[in-house]
Design a protein around this ligand. Structure first.
Ligand SMILES: Nc1ncnc2c1ncn2[C@@H]1O[C@H](COP(=O)(O)OP(=O)(O)OP(=O)(O)O)[C@@H](O)[C@H]1O
Length: 369
């Protein structure tokens, strides 16, 4: 292990409370997180779970009350307001509502974030701002004003403003919330491409389940705590489960690994579990009565689930086999049949999502025959 710790954010036992009608209400209950250079961490969780509180502490917008929070190696607990202000300038921020200054051109908006830097260079600032606007695809609009731009373009300006001083940490608070799905995806692509190019870490708060597949790591907050890795995986696949139910299912799920060449499910076996793919790729195939093999599908996307057909259909047996595809091992979460039944009987929305997916697979399957 290296002696130099280049961790961008290191949080241990972080707690936070707000005073609410003269009583203290604790909203963060002992958070532990590490964010490394270049890593994209997505922070998700229900409204009120503590995401904004957490990022405002990391972004030096609030004082740390209890626990340790190191940003770029410097401890923020007991840091002076002046120190917090100095640290704040070293972080890039993107907000849900862009927060651009309407009376300034977009170049001036971007340039302004250089002007507060200790190493500000008036000679190069304009060119740096224009270069950054070019990188976000607005090189020909530098003299326009925010009012001339669409929502997606305004968010591009905000990204340019956040990254122009090459911060080692970018914090984005629901950057896609005010945008349509495809613009939101483009914005996430841009944040990831530019932050990786600068080797900046990014913490992105989002409710948008559709973009979570882009994350290096997903932290799911539940009532002021970071859920376990298993909780995160399950919440990704089944976003309709409530927190308590999610935590309960997660405590019953088992993480399993299969090596190249191994079978995860065997056609004809009794269906005894439901699986969520966490890592690697699998082939779905069937042995026909004449002995030939039919390849039905392959899955590689994290969060794809399988094994639901045998559990939901009457014969209760596997109608196909699933094997590890390629040389890399496969990691799955296994949820036993009884827990699966309970999960779908308690959440109608979850049952609907899974049944829907099953019928669409079934249709593809029968069309292939
Ligand atoms: N300034 C404040 N004073 C009192 N309570 C607060 C304050 N800010 C937040 N809270 C409470 O702390 C809890 C966590 O809020 P926080 O905004 O961090 O959650 P969140 O996960 O970001 O929610 P959302 O997704 O709705 O933004 C909530 O119960 C909220 O009501």
């Amino acid at each position: 292990m290296s002696n130099t710790d280049d961790t961008i954010v290191k949080i241990r036992g972080l707690k936070h409370s707000y005073k609410d009608a003269s009583v203290m209400k604790q909203v963060l209950h002992g958070i532990d997180i590490d964010v490394r250079p270049g890593q994209n961490v997505f922070l998700t969780g229900y409204s009120g779970s503590g995401k904004t509180t957490l990022i405002s502490l990391v972004g030096c917008l609030r004082s740390v009350q209890e626990g340790s929070l190191k940003l770029f190696g410097a401890e923020l607990h007991k840091a002076s307001p002046r120190k917090l202000l100095e640290m704040r300038k070293r972080v890039g921020y993107v907000f849900q509502h862009f927060n651009l200054l309407d009376f300034m051109s977009i170049r001036q908006n971007v340039q302004q974030s250089l002007e507060i830097q200790p190493d500000y260079n008036a000679k190069t600032a304009r060119a740096q701002a224009e270069e950054m606007l070019d990188a976000v695809g607005l090189g020909d609009r530098v003299n326009d004003y925010p009012a001339d731009l669409s929502g997606g373009q305004k968010q591009r300006v905000a990204i340019a403003r956040a990254l122009v001083h090459r911060p080692k940490l970018l914090i984005a608070d629901e950057p896609t919330a005010a945008l349509d799905t495809s613009t939101g995806r483009d914005i996430i692509d841009l944040v990831q491409r530019l932050s990786k190019a600068q080797n900046s870490a990014a913490i992105i708060v989002t409710h948008n389940m559709r973009i979570l597949d882009r994350a290096d790591e997903i932290l799911h907050m539940i009532d002021g705590r970071i859920g376990t890795a298993i909780t995160e995986q399950i919440s990704l696949v089944l976003p309709n489960l409530d927190d308590r139910h999610l935590a309960e299912i997660a405590s019953k799920a088992v993480s399993r690994e299969f090596q190249s060449g191994e079978q995860i499910l065997k056609q004809g076996d009794p269906a005894d579990a439901f699986f969520i793919l966490v890592k690697g790729a699998v082939n779905v195939f069937r042995q026909e009565t004449n002995g030939s093999r039919s390849d039905l599908a392959h899955f590689h996307k994290r969060g794809t689930y399988f094994g639901e057909m045998g559990l939901l259909t009457e014969n209760g047996r596997r109608n196909a086999s699933i094997e590890v595809r390629g040389d890399q091992p496969v990691r799955v979460l296994e949820i036993k049949a009884a827990d699966f039944s309970e999960m779908i009987s308690r959440s109608r929305a979850t049952r609907a999502v899974i049944t829907d997916e099953m019928w669409s697979r079934f249709n593809v399957d029968t069309q292939a025959e």
